[in-house]
Design a protein around this ligand. Structure first.
Ligand SMILES: *Cc1c(COP(=O)(O)O)cnc(C)c1O
Length: 487
């Protein structure tokens, strides 16, 4: 056996070592990576090695120096932003794909599950009639959807914009709470970030429909071509859901592409108590969801859904290339020519977006749904929504807490208050810094109608109500300490 063969044959033992290192990591007994006294940086910061140390010693370094100094994101008390650690089955499935099916083309079982998982995901999220494509995250998923929107708007005026470029001014309407990757998509798609018209929200963070109507009427008068309306199904800031039905009807009335950004919040539809907020989803021309947010996939998995993927193919085609020519037996609607996994490129996902080489991502979504089913996902989503409501009710009742926004999904915005303190923003800012330094309960902050809020977001499979109870205790304890220090 050559050296390489010996190494790959040893995968079982090596993965098992990494597995014990990760099990240890998931006990979260180590200090934060940047805790004083940690020495990993000096041991890792070595010059470019001319000679290698071999796979066993690399594995050892991973276990000793790297894994224990990983991220605080997977900790159960981490509730910042909208991100969490992956569930174990996600890591298992993507490891399997890394080795056994490195590309998402050709006829493999992994690529079969790429499509099946997209259908499952769509059906689970109430958009079963749409067709999907995976990409690396919500940012790219929004870009792909808006690439479809751009193609559609320009085709209506007889212009192939993907081939020939933008030839007139267009507009995207999105609420002031939209994710800023919508603006970036405008830049990448050549229509400009300034082409995104920011539509005012009500004090619950939802797009104001009248303001949207006025903006469209104004642009039509100026002969600016509407390209898309973007609505949030769960805003990044607070989890607010725009009035999807009313916005969808406006889109229909004007024949404007309707995009719904459900990167975070689309799985919220699984909670029957709030599923009515998703009425209007059926009017969408494109929808995105991030399995790497609420569903618990490792970072690097988002999905874009559209009515017909042909529009994406026209928007993102690479056009024919010599290095592909004749490399695949075209089966001409019969399976006669398909006898080997290399005979069939499969569904051309590589022409539905911006990536050619790409890992199989559906395998992870398949594994997660297969593991706990739709019922398991529903239970998790409801548990997280309940935790946000628990914090809301507790804050309303406690004299030293103030609820700043009624939660829609699994984010709750509240703050510490004390009558002796004038500058509550500064107080909550200091409180937040102390919380984070304690390294146990780590929400992020935001502003709600001008006020600085603590903003825990519960999306992790490891999130339970007891972490919310402990967070509230910590907030009250630190708040009291700060008030004593400051008065
Ligand atoms: C997180 C988020 C995005 C961006 O997604 P990434 O996966 O971080 O690239 C886009 N839109 C919304 C509403 C989000 O919450």
């Amino acid at each position: 056996m050559s050296k390489e063969q010996a190494e790959t044959a040893n995968l079982q033992a090596l993965l098992s070592k990494i597995g014990s290192g990760l099990d240890q990591y998931l006990k979260f007994e180590h200090p934060d990576a940047l805790h004083e006294g940690n020495s990993w940086q000096s041991s890792l910061d070595i010059p470019l090695p001319l000679k290698g140390i071999g796979i066993d010693r690399v594995t050892e370094e991973l276990i000793k120096q790297v894994i224990p100094n990983g991220s605080a994101v997977p900790k159960p008390g981490f509730t910042s932003y909208i991100t969490t650690g992956a569930v174990s089955v996600s890591a298992l499935a993507s490891t399997a794909a890394n080795i056994a099916s490195p590309q998402r083309y050709m006829g493999t079982a992994f690529n079969f599950l790429e499509e099946l998982s997209l259908q499952w995901l769509a059906e689970m999220c109430g958009i079963g009639e749409l067709e999907g494509v995976y990409s690396s995250g919500g940012s790219v998923a929004n870009l792909i959807a808006l690439g479809g929107a751009r193609q559609s708007a320009f085709e209506k005026v007889g212009h192939d914009v993907a081939a020939n470029g933008v030839d007139r001014q267009v507009r995207i309407y999105a609420s002031e709470e939209c994710h800023h990757t919508i603006q970036r998509s405008g830049g990448v798609l050549g229509i400009g970030r300034r082409a995104i018209k920011s539509i005012a929200c009500d004090d619950m963070g939802r797009m104001q429909v009248e303001a949207l109507q006025e903006a469209i009427a104004h642009d039509l008068k100026e002969e600016i071509m509407p390209m898309a309306i973007v609505a949030n199904a769960g805003s990044t800031n607070t989890g607010a859901i725009d009035p999807l039905l009313a916005i969808g009807e406006i889109a229909r009335e004007h024949g404007i592409w309707y995009h719904i950004d459900g990167a975070y919040g689309l799985p919220g539809i699984l909670d029957e108590r709030i599923s009515h907020l998703y009425q209007g989803l059926e009017l969408a021309d494109s929808v995105i969801v991030d399995p790497h947010k609420w569903l618990g996939a490792a970072v690097g998995i988002a999905a874009t859904f559209v009515r017909d993927r042909d529009i994406l193919q026209r928007a993102f085609t690479q056009e024919p290339a010599d290095y592909l020519e004749g490399s695949v037996e075209q089966a001409d609607n019969s399976d006669a020519g398909v006898k080997h996994s290399l005979d069939d490129f499969g569904i051309p996902y590589f022409d539905y977006g911006v990536e050619l080489s790409s890992p199989c991502r559906g395998i992870v979504v398949w594994a997660m749904i297969r593991e706990i089913g739709v019922e398991g996902m529903r239970e998790r989503v409801k548990r997280h929504n309940d935790i946000a409501r628990y914090i809301a009710e507790f804050s309303e009742q406690h004299p030293n807490l103030e609820l700043l926004l009624e939660p829609t999904l699994s984010i709750c915005c509240f703050r510490y208050v004390a009558s002796a303190i004038d500058d509550l923003d500064q107080l909550n800012q200091s409180l937040h810094r102390r919380l984070v330094r304690e390294n146990e309960y780590m929400p992020s902050t935001t502003r709600i109608n001008g006020k600085l809020a603590l903003r825990p977001c519960y999306i992790g499979a490891r999130h339970e109500q007891q972490q919310a109870e402990a967070l509230l205790e910590a907030v009250l304890r630190i708040g009291t300490e700060l008030v004593v220090e400051q008065s």
